[in-house]
Design a protein around this ligand. Structure first.
Ligand code: SF4
Ligand code: SF4
Length: 57
């Protein structure tokens, strides 16, 4: 399991700047998490202003 960024993302970049394993990158319309690298720390969800990163289950 890994975190996944929903369509609510406003592409502010806060999650990517704070991810400890740098697995978040800007995509076409929103940021994307590489599920192979995500360690499920939850930091992206904590810093996101719109709550876009959620556990993908
Ligand atoms: Fe990065 Fe942690 Fe978010 Fe996974 S849960 S994308 S490791 S900040
Ligand atoms: Fe998108 Fe939230 Fe990440 Fe900002 S912090 S880029 S709104 S997922």
């Amino acid at each position: 399991m890994a975190y996944k960024i929903s369509e609510d993302c406003i592409a502010c970049g806060a999650c990517a700047a704070n991810c400890p394993v740098e697995c978040i990158q800007a995509g076409d319309s929103k940021y994307e998490i590489n599920p192979e690298i995500c360690i499920e720390c939850g930091t992206c969800s904590s810093v996101c202003p719109v709550g876009a990163p959620k556990l993908d289950d």
